[in-house]
Design a protein around this ligand. Structure first.
Ligand code: GMT
Length: 375
């Protein structure tokens, strides 16, 4: 099949999933065309059957702050669909990608029957999409898509609850990991570069948006650090980085907290870690938690959204009410002090992650594509 993929290229789960999906599909013989304003961060180097098409926007004084990216994207989606004779445009994150794909499809009417597949990822439904400035267009573009998928049952249900979506059947296809990249450590070498010997390593990976509550990560770490020697590794960057840095200084933790910034390949860091912290306000899936589990790292996360579909409470980590810092500290201290419990959680986490390998999940997308094409 010839498949276009539109996603955000920036550091974040939806772009990561879209890119890994494209690469996996290309390995399976499909022709993949990424369309975005920059090359997605996980698209490294050359891959056979994969092409990136950059959306360019002309500068024009009239536009000032309002350079109409969505229009330029629709034009590029149309152009690529026509030139490459695409069967499908698979868009990740509804806003504005599903609406622009609909525009591209309209422009192709009578010449080519481009099918639109929309994958909902999270805040496109739970937060931004429900804002009155976007609501009606989000609903419209979901309803106009030929197929709609959501990354968790929670997100599917939230889509029905918030948008109604007459006539759309939202199919749950979970996120996945490449088992060749995300796997347990063979020995103790990955942890040596992360922390002094004798320290437990706690890790958090995100785009530091307010929804991730990165300040709570630092506070949870502070509570655990009071009880045992430990280092916190923070990977990623975003709007709340400064707040997290300030909290680190306020709690006098500078010696034990390391900010790594954006790192493309986090697997080695995860493999060197003992515990993953994800105290998010909301999380439709929690790809970062799955990646940690695949590397045999138990997860402490908020009991919100779709996280319970990934982290099995008490088996592969612990889920606590959002903002309940004390509960997360108590679980963290217990897990890190009890070697047998920690080993049990590690083992269960890596086994659970095998339910979400690319080999299991990508064929579900291929089947969906075949269905929509009537093949
Ligand atoms: O919805 C977002 O905040 C953006 C998106 C991203 O690009 O980081 O994150 C969402 O999609 C991920 C991949 O499907 C999920 O693992 C995240 O849970 C989800 N984020 C939220 O729901 C907050």
């Amino acid at each position: 099949m010839r498949i276009g993929i539109t996603c955000y290229p920036t550091y974040g789960g939806s772009g990561a999933v879209a890119t890994e999906l494209g690469l996996e599909l290309a390995r399976r013989g499909h022709e993949i065309h990424f369309v975005s304003y920059a090359s997605p961060f996980r698209l490294r180097g050359y891959a056979e059957r994969v092409t990136f098409h950059e959306v360019t926007q002309p500068e024009y004084p009239l536009f000032e702050q309002s350079s109409p990216y969505a229009l330029a994207l629709a034009v590029k989606q149309h152009e690529v669909a026509m030139r490459e004779n695409l069967d499908i445009m698979h868009v990740h994150y509804a806003i504005p990608h599903a609406a622009t794909a609909w525009l591209a499809k309209q422009m192709l009417k009578g010449q080519q029957d481009l099918k639109i597949v929309t994958t909902l990822h999270g805040t496109d439904i739970t937060l931004v999409g429900q804002d009155p400035s976007y609501y009606t267009l989000t609903k419209f573009s979901i309803e106009q898509s030929d197929r709609v998928t959501a990354v968790s049952a929670f997100l599917r249900d939230e889509t029905y609850r918030a948008f109604g979506c007459a006539g759309c059947d939202v199919v749950v296809i979970p996120n996945f990991i490449a088992a060749s990249e995300y796997h347990p450590a063979a020995d103790a070498s990955p942890r040596r570069s992360l922390a002094p010997s004798g320290h437990k390593v706690l890790v958090h990976v995100s785009n530091f948006r307010p929804v991730k509550r990165v300040r709570d990560v630092v506070r949870v770490f502070a509570g655990i650090r009071r009880e045992l020697p430990a280092t916190l590794v923070l990977v990623g960057d975003g709007p709340d980085r400064d707040a997290a840095e300030q909290e680190t200084d306020r709690l006098k933790l500078r010696r034990d907290v390391r900010f790594f910034g954006k790192v493309d390949n986090v697997a080695d860091i995860l493999r060197g870690s003992d515990l993953f912290l994800l105290p998010s306000e909301t999380e439709s899936f929690g790809l970062a938690a799955l990646e940690a589990m695949a590397c045999a790292v138990p997860v402490l996360a908020s009991a919100v959204g779709g996280l319970a579909e990934v982290v099995v409470d008490g088996e592969t980590g612990f889920l606590t009410p959002p903002r309940d810092i004390d509960a997360m500290i108590a679980h963290g201290v217990r897990v890190l002090r009890d070697g047998a419990l920690h080993a049990r959680l590690r083992d269960a986490a890596s086994r659970r992650a095998l339910d979400f390998t690319a080999d299991r999940v990508v064929p579900q997308y291929e089947q969906l594509y075949r269905d929509v094409l009537g093949a």
